[in-house]
Design a protein around this ligand. Structure first.
Ligand code: ADE
Length: 228
């Protein structure tokens, strides 16, 4: 999968080269680049923002550098072009899976009070929000999308890992996990996990999953007790 982040702060994306995503990049499963919007500005000082028409606080990112940057990175519109915005559709497990189907995604990161609406109207396919709060820029939100989506790209997590038991995969939160030692600071691993009876273990985990979801996320459960 090819991912391009368009940003005024490309260095913020250095952390993508760590851990699981870093390995996927090294192995050629992910092809990632952070593209500096500023280098496309035709302003003599490479300015990329201006005061909003109609007045108001803050600055708005100008259309020209973004328009030229998008068209340089994606001249034939082969990327799904996403603008990171608190006004967008909310990121979810379902949306991560859906976005992972695309061969190429481009993530436009805004800053200041936002981006000139015309460049969004001209170039952007979708707007995505990572939650109902406002970040100072779209970069951290774009990294959340990249991480959440990449995990569903074949080969990124390695063959031994499956999504089946994760939180949200069956509409519920994941059961608690334990590893060695069997006792830590006086707390014991639940006996059922040590006895090797997989039917019992599955039952225990399903029950823990249901309890945890009912306690923490009742909104995920229908009145009949089934996941939504
Ligand atoms: N940019 C600023 N806040 C954001 C949010 N909540 N989601 C996505 N992009 C953003």
């Amino acid at each position: 999968m090819k991912i391009r982040a368009l940003t005024l702060f490309p260095k913020m994306f250095d952390c993508i080269n760590e851990s699981i995503l870093g390995r996927a990049i090294k192995n050629g499963i992910l092809d990632f680049d952070a593209v500096d919007i500023r280098s496309f500005s035709k302003d003599k000082h490479q300015k990329c923002d201006d005061t909003p028409y109609g007045g108001g606080a803050g600055m708005v990112m100008t259309a020209q550098p973004i328009y030229d940057c998008i068209n340089a990175v994606d001249p034939n519109h082969e990327y799904l072009r996403i603008y990171m915005s608190p006004k967008g559709e909310r990121l979810s497990d379902g949306l991560c899976r859906e976005l992972a189907i695309n061969q190429n995604i481009l993530l436009l990161c805004g800053h200041y009070e936002g981006v000139d609406q015309r460049v969004l109207d001209l170039c952007i396919d979708r707007e995505v929000s990572i939650g109902d709060y406002v970040l100072s820029g779209g970069e951290l939100a774009a990294m959340v999308v990249i991480d959440g989506v990449s995990r569903f790209v074949e080969g990124v997590l390695g063959s031994a890992v499956s999504h089946e038991d994760e939180s949200f995969s069956d509409g519920l939160l994941e059961y608690p996990q334990y590893t060695r030692p069997p006792e830590f600071m006086g707390l014991k691993v639940p006996e059922v996990l040590l006895n090797g009876n997989h039917k019992e273990i599955d039952k225990f985990r399903r029950q823990k999953s249901a309890e945890l979801t009912a306690e923490r996320r009742p909104d995920l459960i229908k009145p009949d007790g089934e996941p939504r």
